[in-house]
Design a protein around this ligand. Sequence first.
Ligand code: FPP
Length: 247
Amino acid sequence: MGIFKPRKRQVQVDFDHLPRHVAIIMDGNGRWAKRRGLPRTAGHAAGAETFRSIATYCQTIGLEYLTVYAFSTENWKRPAEEVSSIIGLLKKYLLESIEKMERDKIRLHFFGDLEALPPELRQLTVRTDDISTRYDGMQVNVCFNYGGRDEIVRAAKTFAADCQAGKHRPEELTEALLSGYLYSAGIPDPDLVIRPSGEVRISNFLLWQSAYAEFYYTDVLWPDFDQEELHKALAAYQSRSRRFGGV
Ligand code: FPP
């Protein structure tokens, strides 16, 4: 009897059957920086680079929707310097994305309350919305100043206002109707939610939309998340059997 030697597992991804929509909680930037004796802001800069390379790769393999969690409604509690560094990175990548959108026909949308953003940045988001209407390529959704509960409360308030205005009656409300009031209106729910950095929680991310999503967790920190890590997540997703409450 020989000694069992585990072989390095090859990650096999079936690129003809990818999930339509992948959502990622970009977590672990701070710890990545700390391990290197760097300020947390350096971790966010590295995380933003990872966002760029993963988004580009997702487009290459033909993913339809990619949603990332960049800044939550709770992240304002962080030191002002860290908050402004994340906002600065968003601006830098938005400016770059505008060129890329035109070239690669990418759509870019924001989920979240953008009122809190500096006016210049808000104008950029209006521009990316406008460019997006012209294209039908991969859609990237950046969740910024986003919270899943906040999103549902806003949807409920808007529906209530529509009822008051006579556009709807309360008894007409269905899951499909409420979905249309969310930031994600018209977009299929995420099939796969990835959370790097070893944390195993949902943290107020896409609460409504991820009702039937498959979850994939890894200890890898977001700045170290690369194509191979994405392959592992996709392969794990493809190995699961989704039943949506059935048998
Ligand atoms: C979570 O890691 C990460 C954030 C709160 C910010 C994510 C922001 C970016 C990747 C950059 C800007 C975004 C775009 C789309 C260009 P953490 O700081 O909580 O890490 P920790 O848990 O290790 O402290």
